[in-house]
Design a protein. Sequence first.
Length: 348
Amino acid sequence: MDSAAPRIVLVGATGVLGTAIIELIEELGIRHREIRLVASDRSAGREIPVDGRLETVHRLADFDFAGADLVLFCTTEAVSRRYVPVARAQGALVVDSSGAYRTDPDTLLLVPPVNGHLLDRPPFGVLAGPGALTVPLVRLLHCVEQYRGVRQVVMSSYQAASAQGRQGIEELLEGSELALRDPDAELPADLFRPALAFNVVPFAGRMLESGASTEEHRIEQETRRILSLPHLDISATCVQVPVVNGHAAAVFVEAALPVERAELAALLAGLPRVVVHGDRPGAFPTPLTAGDPDRIHVGRIRVVPHNPRAFWLWLIVDNLRAGAALNLLQIAEAASARRRPGAGARLR
């Protein structure tokens, strides 16, 4: 047994994000001494294979976090607010995927390739990962900021049903099947209002008095914070689309200096876990055809003819894997390595 490897607890293990975490732990060979799976009452008692062993899912309400080195929360904000302090009180390093702690000034909001240096000053409390679209956005903007500076960002996102978890996927599939059988049927609209099947819903989250949505506000604030650009001129429009998994976004960026298209494409392609695709129809990425779910996929890079400082790009990210699960594991690994030198497999 590897004594340097952490004892991991995964809370929310049976959800779509928890499932993605388990897949990545296996596929990437994430070192661990022990892994314990935790979920809500409905999932307690199930057995899930992890690295060739069957692991029993424990009930969250009476789970004891004693002895855990690392606790990953893949839960709702309400669950994280209730149980993260419990895990912290027992001395565990906690990484949270929900929005419960992202705006807390005492919580590090991390995308390690961009601001992982903040971990150089332990001790730290709860560590948080941003939303699934913030991760690829700040990865790309960080490169542009170093290359030519960033003055303005305008993003329109096209977000998949899996952002609402397994229930979101099921509601979309149920509604699609029902609509195909009966075009006049009343479609399920519990999580998506109006119904998402064969539809486009021009907001995500809750609507604010300003007319913006909470999802749009979150992306803007997270991007400024992670890039350490508190006054960045950024605006987002978030749209929910009838896609099972895989977020897309059209991003307009105005740099401080003129941009050369081929040079920009080469710089982005040189980033770890970023793929720049061709421009021919069928070559640029889509949620269905992008490929490797652990990479950020970029296409349709084009400089604005009348403004050589401005350009557009199209990005695709598997919101469960590259957008959330992989970033959470990178946070956990980077933090564990600082607390216990020698731990971790150095994810990039």
